[in-house]
Design a protein around this ligand. Structure first.
Ligand SMILES: [Zn+2]
Length: 115
């Protein structure tokens, strides 16, 4: 089973990704959040890198664009931009209409509750 967080392949018997530790099978993706209406293509997500706010853009297919690079998931984006891993779903925050920011994992929680 392919990990939705980091994209690595895991044996189907694994419950958690051997590479990044994310739960397999149940985790939602940016694409899921877009389908549920919590995010849309062109939305900005932001995180802090060395104290500086960095903005990336969500693409139509649920990937993340930063500068001239695209990343398959928020996890890979933050690893690529910062150079180290973290809990990407807490670090990335979606920019709302009034400039309010919300960590992506809260959107994931809201989506789970809405089901
Ligand atoms: Zn993984």
């Amino acid at each position: 089973m392919q990990c939705k967080n980091c994209g690595s392949n895991n044996p189907d018997t694994n419950n958690y990704c051997g590479n990044c530790g994310a739960p397999l099978g149940s985790a939602s993706t940016l694409h899921d959040l877009m389908a549920a209406g919590f995010l849309k293509a062109g939305d900005s997500i932001t995180c802090k890198v060395k104290g500086e706010e960095v903005d990336a853009t969500i693409l139509e297919d649920g990937r993340v664009q930063y500068g001239d690079k695209t990343y398959d998931t928020p996890f890979l984006a933050i690893e690529g931009i910062r150079g180290y891993r973290c809990d990407s779903w807490s670090c990335w925050k979606a920019r709302g209409p009034e400039g309010k920011v919300k960590p992506l994992h809260l959107l994931r929680v809201a989506m789970a509750k809405g089901r």
